[in-house]
Design a protein around this ligand. Sequence first.
Ligand code: PLP
Length: 456
Amino acid sequence: MSTITNHLPTAELQALDAAHHMHPFTANDELAKKGARVITRASGIYLTDSEGEEILDAMAGLWCVNIGYGRDELADVAARQMRELPYYNSFFMTTHVPAIALANKIAELAPGDLNHVFFAGGGSEANDTNIRMVRTYWANKGKPEKSVIISRKNAYHGSTVGSGSLGGMAPMHAQGGLPIPDIHHISQPNWWAEGGDATPEAFGLACAQELEEAILELGEDRVAAFIAEPVQGAGGVIVAPDTYWPEIQRICDKYEILLIADEVICGFGRTGNWFGSQTVGIQPHIMTIAKGLSSGYAPIGGSIVCDEVAAVIGQDEFNHGYTYSGHPVAAAVALENLRIIEEEDIVGHVQQVAGPYLKEKWEGLMDHPLVGEAKIVGMMASIALTPDKASRAKFASAPGTVGYVCRDRCFGNNLIMRHVGDRMIISPPLILSPADIDEMIRRIRKSLDEAHQDLI
Ligand code: PLP
C-alpha cells in the first residue's frame, strides 16, 4: 500500500476512507454515494479541504475550537510536554504537574464552591463519571436507594452506554439497548416545537414543573440528581424561556436533588460567561466539561465537583478512573488554552463584541421567508425553518428533509452549518470578528435562498 498523505488525490483518499474507516453519526448510504470531504488543514476560522477549498467553520469543529485553529502556542506546549513527561497517571498515589496546575486553574475559574476536578478523556466519559459519582454520593450518605437521575428528552450527554442513557435522543436509544435502568426523561423546554398555544413563559414554567412532578411520582427518596445543559446544544440550540431555570433551581433546592450542569458545549466562553450556568443563573453541584477546555486541540474532559459532594465521595475509595484521566499532554494543552482565553479576554469579546454583533445579524435572519424563529445565546445560535411562521408549521416532508437540503447548500457554499431536524445551528469559534460574522451571514443567506428555491 502506498503511503497515505495529503498529497493523494481526493478520490483515492475517499476510497481508502470508505474501505476501512467507520464514521460516527454519519448516514452511511450518503457517505457511500458522495465520499467524505477530506479536511487537510485549518487556520483561524477556516478549514481547507483536499481540493484546496476554504470552508468557514461555523461549528468550531464539534462546538469545541473556541480559540480558533492554528495556535502554535498549543502545539509548542504539547511537544514540550511530550518530551518531558508524555504520560503518567494519577491512580495509586501519584500525580503530575500538568494535572495539578489544570485542576487548580479550573477551580479558580468555576463559580461557587466547585473546587474539585475529576478528569476524563471527554464529555461522555465525564458524564459516566457523574452517574457513578452521584450514586456513590448518596450511598455514602446512607441513601443507596437514591439512584434515579432525571434528564430531558432530546438531550445529548454523550455516546457511551451511560452518557447515551442520560441523553434523551430517540435514535440513540433505538440501538444497543439504551437506556440503562434508573434514568428518567422529562420534556425539553423547546417552545417552538412543543409549546402549542402556551406563551413561552407559561411553557417554560410547565416544563420545569415536570421535574417536580417526576420527583413526586418516582419518590423523593429515589431521585439522586437532575442533569441538563444550560443551553441545549446538539438538540438544536434550544434556549429555555426565562421562567425555566429559576424554577429548576427552586425544585432542586426544595427536594435536595443534585444539579448537574452539562457545560461540555456551554463552558469556556461559549455563552458570554465562563460557564453557561452563570448565564442562566444556576449554581450546580457538578459541572461536566470538555470541548472548549482544550479548544479541541487535545482530548480531555472532566467533572467539576462542589466541596460537599467531593468530601462525601472522598470518604471512601472511589473505584473509578480512566487511563487518560488528566493526561499530561492534554492537561498542558488545556492549561495553555485557558491562558489564551483569559489573556486575550475571549469571554469579554463574546460578551461585548462578537456576541452582540452576531445577535443583531442573527435576529435579522427573521426577514427570510424560511426562518420562523431565531435564537441566540453568546456564540451559539439556531433558526427554525418553517413553511409558515405564524402557525409555527412543520414541512409536509419527513422531519429533517428541509434542514438536510439547507445543510447541503451550506456545504456547497463552503460553510459548515449543522441541521437538527429542520433547525439550523451554529457554534462558531469565539474569536470571530465583525467582518467574519458578515461573511458567515452572507454565506448563510445565500444557502437559505438556494434552499428556498429548491423547495419551490
Ligand atoms: N455533553 C454534551 C452537552 C455534548 O454536546 C457532548 C458532545 O457533543 C458530550 C457531552 C459528549 O462529549 P464527548 O463527545 O467529548 O464525549
